[in-house]
Ligand binder design. Sequence first.
Ligand code: FAD
Length: 417
Amino acid sequence: MKMQVAVIGAGASGLAAARHLLESPRGHSVTVFERGDQLGGTWVFTEKTGLDVDGRPVHSSMYRSLETNLPKEVMAFPDYPFPEGEQSYLPAGDVLKYLNAYADHFGLRHCIKFRQHVERVQPRGSVWEVSTTNVDTAEVTTYQFDSVMVCSGHYWKEKRPQLRGSREFRGRQSHAHNYRRPDAYRGRRVLLIGSGPSGMDLALEVASVAQQVILSHHLDKSIGHLFPSNVIEKPDVTSITETGANFRDGTFCEVDDICYCTGYSYSFPFLTPDCGVQVEADEVHPLLMHVVSVERPTLAFIGLPFIVCPFALFDLQSRFFVAVLDGRCSLPDTDTLRRDAEAERRRRREEGIRPHYLGREQVPYLNRLADLAGAQRLPPVVFKLFETVAFRLYEDLANYRRHNFRIVDNETFQEIA
Ligand code: FAD
């Protein structure tokens, strides 16, 4: 049956969703709602921080100097390579160009409604009511759809640890979400908390202008050698004072500014409580394969997992969900789905795996999605290259992006010196 499907967000995941819905032999009717005025999501750089012109939180967390942390050979959608070129790690602007080219190639623009902020998604019997606000005119419109694909991203809602004393601190406190360039830290003593990809990039960049950077992290190895000498490593912060921070090793450092590079929470404020999913800071559940709502299987989430090849994941998750909508992939009854979802949650908890973390599990996971969707599996070379590069930033932060790669065949890649 042909369905009316709403896609929320025109970032990379929303584009993949729209493409596969449009390519379905059922000829689904697709409406992509995007609150911004262009496609690309995270990859649309803005100098703005805090609230956007429409009074809503700025979405993108891109900083001015951002280059990809994965080579283009791994980042690409499976059947749509980046333009030829020796350079493997690309500036953010090139990714935005690529996503625009993808949208044009697959004829997606006509179904995107820009400047439409989705306010509410609510089930009404067997359909979904979706209310949007026109960001320019404040006009509210309510639509009905048979299915909703949530593609609104999960790198915008700041997650900060509750640190004792943080309210007393007299200096500036901000989150990596609001970091654009290092200038504001010139000559200052800056505490950066967190050593994920953003924390690492920021520490290196801020160190180029700051008097001192104190990088607090709980990696199990030292990473101080990756930085210039004005970066010192500290373990976790135990408390903040008016002028600085205490650390788990019993030391204290005076600092002028604190920047939290402590990640993001899942947040989908438009979902009403009766949507049948629970959204917690670190988990959305119950879901089948991190995608399909167990309680209402016409609702899907694209892009929740992390430590993955994101665009390939968006592609295969979308293919899988469209196969479900098309009836090419049939789901078991709700009780079985509930049991399976709960068993998977339990397994992850018992093995100490965070809810949507994939890492090595992305290989069987993506293969399974491909099989269920009747799609081609990713060639093993993509996983091999991912394995090779995924954690290189912790080996040679300053230079790892200068490495270039060439795919030789489905199994083999070459590193070009
Ligand atoms: P987004 O890109 O966040 O897009 C979501 C879209 O939904 C946005 O356009 C937003 O405006 C819209 N939206 C949100 N809420 C609403 C609403 N209520 N109504 C209407 N529209 C809405 N991945 C890589 O593969 N390589 C990298 O090098 C890399 N570097 C990264 C660096 C940073 C700093 C960050 C934050 C992420 C990085 N990522 C990287 C991950 C990146 O987020 C994904 O690759 C991908 O771009 C996410 O796409 P998305 O479509 O799921 O979400």
